[in-house]
Design a protein around this ligand. Structure first.
Ligand SMILES: [Zn+2]
Length: 142
């Protein structure tokens, strides 16, 4: 089976690459490794081969400051909360998670991996073929 990344996910990653071309990609990822495969994860392909999650390394400037992934996480959160863009299912970063539960308010993430080195973003099934531009100011949007 051919694995394919959600078009919304690849669009977001492309915009991040365009805005931060020198970023560190060490903690990047999309398809589940054997560790992911053992449990339920959006990094694991579904029956049709769709993968609906990406990890983006925290370091957007490769070793140099500033550390602004938290700001980017918050812009993604705000966009989702505004309902102008409904493609993101949830975001995990730096020990916190947000989703439509609690209306996109950050809450403590209790999973084993606190996601300190990377931001995790999961996308909805409905967004599989939706590669529209993300309107986020840090990523060239409005
Ligand atoms: Zn992840």
């Amino acid at each position: 089976m051919k694995h394919k990344l959600s078009k919304a996910a690849s669009q977001l990653r492309e915009q991040i690459d365009d805005s931060f071309p020198d970023r560190d990609r060490t903690s990047d990822g999309w398809i589940g490794d054997t560790r992911h495969a053992a449990r339920k994860s959006d990094h694991n392909p579904d029956e049709q081969g769709w993968v609906r999650a990406i990890d983006i390394d925290r370091d957007l400037f490769k070793g140099s400051k500033p550390d602004i992934m938290g700001d980017l996480a918050d812009q993604l959160r705000t966009l989702s909360k505004s309902k102008k863009d409904n493609r993101i299912a949830y975001i995990i970063f730096d020990g916190h998670i947000c989703s439509k539960i609690l209306n996109w308010k950050w809450r403590k993430y209790k999973g084993a991996n606190k996601h300190v080195k990377h931001l995790h973003c999961s996308f909805k099934k409905e967004a599989d073929n939706d590669g529209a531009f993300f309107q986020i100011s840090m990523l060239g949007g409005e």
